[in-house]
Design a protein around this ligand. Structure first.
Ligand SMILES: [Zn+2]
Length: 204
């Protein structure tokens, strides 16, 4: 299951932003590509483009998310993920591995991947579940890591991005929709301006 976070636009998603960010009739900076906002309304993308044009993207994000989490290793990521799994999805199959994997962005243009591998082992069919998370989430607010982990865990029960899937995401993380939107802002910042938390980001 490859997750491009292709959720349909969520209404009132910019509720934490000041209203009327975009001046009436102000031209959209069309040179700004907003690939993480494909499928969103022109009104929402206009507000995002305006934030970027005004140089306020980092300020907005840092005000709401002042510091990154410290879950930097695959071991810590595994523990973080399994803790959530045990809380909400106790009866789902075990996870064999959870890791940060730089290849998934390049290979699938994805932020998270849930692998389901079936293998014949002796006379038995063994299923292995594995979650890979894009390294962009390594130095990121804890809330965003929570969002992508919840998303991938929900695929243990729901393979498709359907209504039941998003209901499950919201059951595990009530702010899921807002966090997914804020994550898009964060990834846009990363792409256009570099790390939001440069002091915590390895220079290599
Ligand atoms: Zn998905």
């Amino acid at each position: 299951m490859i997750c491009l976070l292709t959720r349909p636009p969520h209404l009132a998603i910019l509720s934490h932003l000041p209203t009327a960010v975009r001046k009436k009739g102000a031209p959209l900076p069309m040179h700004t590509k907003l690939k993480y906002f494909a499928g969103y309304s022109s009104q929402l993308t206009g507000q995002v483009a305006q934030l970027i044009a005004e140089g306020r993207l980092a300020e907005i994000l840092l005000k709401k998310y002042p510091a990154p989490h410290t879950i930097r290793t695959d071991k810590a990521l595994y523990d973080f993920t399994v803790a959530r799994k045990n809380e909400f999805l106790r009866n789902t199959p075990p996870l064999s591995k959870v890791s940060y994997d730089g290849k998934i962005e390049a290979l699938h243009h994805a932020l998270g991947v849930h692998y389901f591998v079936s293998r014949v082992q002796g006379a038995k069919l063994k299923a292995k579940h594995e979650i890979k998370i894009a390294p962009a989430f390594k130095v990121a607010p804890c809330e965003f890591l929570q969002m992508i982990v919840v998303h991938e865990l929900a695929h243990l029960k729901e393979k498709e991005h359907n209504k039941a899937f998003y209901q499950l995401c919201e059951h595990m993380e009530p702010a899921y929709g807002q966090l997914e939107f804020d994550t898009r802002l964060f990834l846009t910042h990363l792409e256009l301006f570099g790390p939001l938390y440069p002091a915590a980001t390895p220079s290599s």
